[in-house]
Design a protein around this ligand. Sequence first.
Ligand SMILES: NC(=O)c1ccc[n+]([C@@H]2O[C@H](COP(=O)([O-])OP(=O)(O)OC[C@H]3O[C@@H](n4cnc5c(N)ncnc54)[C@H](OP(=O)(O)O)[C@@H]3O)[C@@H](O)[C@H]2O)c1
Length: 264
Amino acid sequence: MNWWQGKRVLITGASDGIGQSISWELDQREVEELVLVARDQRRLSETARRCSVATRIEPVDLSNMEQVRDLLERLHDTSIDVLINNAGSGIGGAFQSQDDDALLEMMHLNCDAVVLLSRELLPSMLEKREGGILFVGSMAGWAGGPGLCAYSATKGFVNRFAEGLRWELAGSGVRICLLAPGVTRTSFFRSAGIDEKDLRAGSLSSQQVARAAVYCIERDRAVVVPGLWNRMLLAVQGWVPRALVGLVSRRMFARVLAGQKRKN
Ligand SMILES: NC(=O)c1ccc[n+]([C@@H]2O[C@H](COP(=O)([O-])OP(=O)(O)OC[C@H]3O[C@@H](n4cnc5c(N)ncnc54)[C@H](OP(=O)(O)O)[C@@H]3O)[C@@H](O)[C@H]2O)c1
């Protein structure tokens, strides 16, 4: 049986990268409708153009809570069966060099919008005892990333939030799942001001990560970390002393900081 059949799925960050690939992956699963959310209307239309199922485009800046509330208002009479909390951004470089407003915007997008959308769209899922929420956290959420500290912290929030909510809603019929990708080849790093080649080990394509995302919720997995290399890295992280994780993390991310200095 196809779990997705007849479901309306809202995907944030559907105009690019992992979210766009998830949209196209779900297009092949006979969903009822895809509600595509991001800021760039033109790129959302491109995502929709390649879909054969019904689509609805919602251009919204999710770092702006007023716009998030307006979106929820517009969706008032629309039942969303599955929410994919994917949109997110990062800011690379030394923490002291980062801009206050940009940091707050990132935190609103990566954390506040995720909480608000989940809270408001959950009741109808709980009432039907069906559906689910997929959180796109990150492996970065399990270790502080020098050069990406605040970003890693927002993803730590997402990772823990998903875990807690899954435990809280156990037995409710609503699936709460966490996808925690490692480095994925998307526009993410360019937008974060990071040279992608500074963080290349084990990187996956957005299509590979999207397939893992769909699998995660389809099979109701608590956590899926796409890629064998990433799963090995995570397993090792659990065994070794934390100080060693810090040392390796500093070495890995030293290149991010050095790359920033090269640019400045
Ligand atoms: N790439 C990686 O290595 C990696 C690793 C681990 C986790 N992740 C996570 O995966 C998720 C997707 O990232 P990605 O790699 O696919 O990045 P991406 O290619 O940069 O795509 C980000 C998506 O989020 C949307 N977005 C950004 N700011 C937004 C805002 N203020 N309001 C609404 N939408 C916004 C973008 O669309 P618009 O610009 O049109 O708004 C775009 O559709 C993020 O949560 C990221 O933290 C990525």
